[in-house]
Ligand binder design. Structure first.
Ligand SMILES: Nc1ncnc2c1ncn2[C@@H]1O[C@H](COP(=O)(O)OP(=O)(O)OP(=O)(O)O)[C@@H](O)[C@H]1O
Length: 594
């Protein structure tokens, strides 16, 4: 039950405020019934006082003052309700945002890389403002409040004349039913549009973000995406317009029935007042007709809203219920320096939900303190090796050993803390240069000397010296005073982040793709220097990077094809030699043409 979970969430937020809000809501729900009773009594007393009846004047005055008191009470209750409402809403927004972010950090990479799971995550994130949760909570209270009002007002009316009461009570039904039917229809239409809506947001995203601007402008794709957007939105509009038209016709027709029923009740009440002399009751009936119509509408629409919003909220609670950190580690501490090295022994891997064998009994060794390069065509499985070594995924066969110990035996946090990894799609943090490097070891980011040493190792020293506030310069263009870097400069900063970690294992996936040849040679010179302390794995396509490695592994289709030093592999004249000569001849031709 989603609404129960919503109530529980509010209860955890602040039990006292939830109790106060409920009490205030219930009290304000009984006000209309008391008001109707008092109005009827006051009007009756006035009529009797005019007729000269003894004591009627006092009753009229007493009821009048009671009505004044009731209005004041209603005002105070309204104020309390508004205050509690804002407070709960603010707390909830804070809390749900925090919960969603924390949960996001506790999931496994698999949940981000699978298309369907990712869609679900995105749907849940759309609810992360907490707006809908709050709506469900208030709708729930609103429904309860309207129900109490309906029951109490009806009790007063039934005590006067059950038949008139029944007509008044049922009069809103036709228009409420038509409203509910159309709300449901609109919801169904909107629900079926989820996929199309995402596409529409995507067209908007492509035409309004810095990330895509260059291509969209230069390939002149703007009109194309705007047209796709307009066509989709226009189709929505036609469907919505036809629904609105039907709603006006049918809803309007049924609404007439409601008006006729309440008018009939009113005429009946007038007739009864004339024959019984109970003018007060007439005033009561007239007030009750309005009150009941509002409450019946409120109640049924509240229920319809609850139904719709709980459907959407299902996504968020499913997200909260997702399993966390399914990849488990052991208790063994990670070595501060590897003695033996890393070994992949017959490792196989298939991504969850697929049946393609991405790694097929892959075996290799990275001896401690050495720098090993992994080479292979696009899709050969290189990044997958890194994902398994860093335990972002669990291998499906074979064994991965670090210092002869199966990787699963190491404490997972320790293992990940002791690997300095930079992926191909590293993050460009829109924050200061210090943070960008310091995030490699978050607790040491204020240690300027360490950050500077990391920057030197990653070749980012000059980049930072050229920034207006050196380490305290904001990078990127999203925030004020942001300073944009070039692709290669960003990569140097990211590399420095990996060095900031001072980890015994360093893994660099395409670390110098955007860096010029000179800087690359320098960075790798330094990588060799630190290699005595660290064991490193470098993935690269450029042979200028690869050749400096102590050992090169060539993989194809998830299997090890060749292994050796640059010279050994050239002598062997296999795939590596062919690829190397291909790249070298490219350079030679280029040089010859110049
Ligand atoms: N999350 C995933 N789910 C399913 N298949 C995947 C996933 N990630 C990668 N693959 C598939 O696994 C294979 C190996 O991918 P991987 O990223 O390891 O290649 P790579 O050697 O690093 O390639 P590149 O040189 O292009 O970076 C590819 O066929 C790819 O389609």
């Amino acid at each position: 039950m989603i609404w129960l979970r919503v109530v529980r969430l509010f209860w955890q937020l602040s039990p006292s405020r939830v109790v106060a809000y409920t009490v205030v809501s219930v009290l304000s729900a009984v006000v209309p019934a008391v008001q109707i009773g008092l109005t009827a009594s006051a009007v009756q007393a006035v009529a009797e006082a005019i007729g000269g009846q003894a004591g009627a004047r006092e009753v009229a005055l007493r009821d009048g003052f009671a009505l004044v008191g009731l209005s004041l009470a209603q005002h105070v209750l309204g104020m309390c309700q508004q205050y509690l409402d804002s407070l709960l809403r603010l707390e909830l927004t804070m809390r749900v945002g925090e919960m969603v972010m924390r949960k996001g950090t506790l999931l496994d990479l698999q949940q981000y890389e699978d298309a369907e799971a990712y869609d679900n995550l995105q749907r849940a994130f759309q609810e992360s403002s907490g707006g809908r949760i709050y709506q469900v909570f208030t709708q729930l209270l609103e429904a309860v409040r309207e129900l109490i009002t309906l029951v109490t007002v009806s009790a007063v009316l039934f005590s006067w004349n059950p038949w008139i009461a029944l007509v008044i009570l049922l009069s809103p039904l036709p228009s409420v039913i038509s409203h509910m039917v159309f709300t449901h229809k609109a919801f169904e239409i909107e629900y079926d549009r989820t996929a199309e809506r995402r596409r529409i947001y995507y067209y908007q995203y492509l035409t309004t973000t810095d990330h895509s601007f260059k291509e969209v402008r230069l390939f002149q794709l703007g009109d194309y995406f705007v047209n796709l957007y307009s066509n989709a939105v226009r189709t929505f509009f036609q469907v919505d317009r036809s629904l609105a038209r039907r709603q006006s016709l049918i809803g309007g027709g049924l609404g007439i029935l409601s008006v006729l029923a309440s008018s009939g009740a009113m005429l009946w009440a007038i007739h009864e007042a004339m024959s019984s002399g109970q003018v007060g009751r007439l005033a009561g009936y007239l007030q009750a007709i309005g009150s009941i119509q509002v409450s019946a509408h409120g109640l049924l629409l509240g229920i319809a809203g609850l139904y719709k919003d709980t459907l959407f909220l299902g996504n968020l609670f499913t997200f909260f219920g997702l399993p966390e950190r399914q990849i488990k580690g052991g208790t063994r501490p990670f070595p501060q320096k590897l003695r033996v090295g890393i070994e992949f022994r017959d490792v196989s891997f298939t991504y969850p939900g697929t049946d393609e064998l991405v790694l097929d009994r892959l075996s290799f060794r990275i001896p401690a303190g050495q720098c090993v390069a992994l080479v292979g065509q696009n899709g050969a499985g290189k990044t997958t090796v890194v994902k398994l070594l860093t335990r972002l995924y669990e291998r499906t066969g074979g064994q991965i050993l670090i210092d002869d110990v199966p990787i699963e035996e190491y404490d997972l946090d320790e293992l990940q803390r002791n690997m300095g990894v930079i992926f191909q799609d590293f993050i460009r943090y829109e924050t200061t240069a210090r943070d960008n490097i310091g995030f490699g070891r978050i607790e040491a980011r204020h240690d300027t000397e360490r950050v500077a040493r990391a920057a030197a190792s990653g070749g980012a020293e000059q980049v930072i010296d050229g920034l207006p506030h050196t380490y305290d310069t904001m990078l990127g263009r999203h925030f004020e005073e942001g300073h944009q870097l070039s692709g290669g400069q960003w990569q140097k900063i990211a590399l420095s982040r990996a060095f900031m970690r001072k980890a015994p294992v360093v893994i660099l996936d395409e670390p110098t793709a955007a860096i010029d040849a000179e800087a690359e040679a320098e960075i790798f010179g330094r990588l060799r220097t630190i290699a005595h302390e660290a064991t490193s794995l470098v993935i690269a396509h450029r042979f200028s990077t690869v050749r400096i490695a102590d050992k090169i592994l060539v993989i194809q289709g998830g299997r090890l094809l060749e292994e050796g030093t640059h010279e050994e592999l050239l002598t062997a004249d296999g795939v590596y030699a062919r690829l190397f000569n291909l790249q070298a001849s490219g350079y030679l031709t280029e040089a010859g043409q110049r």
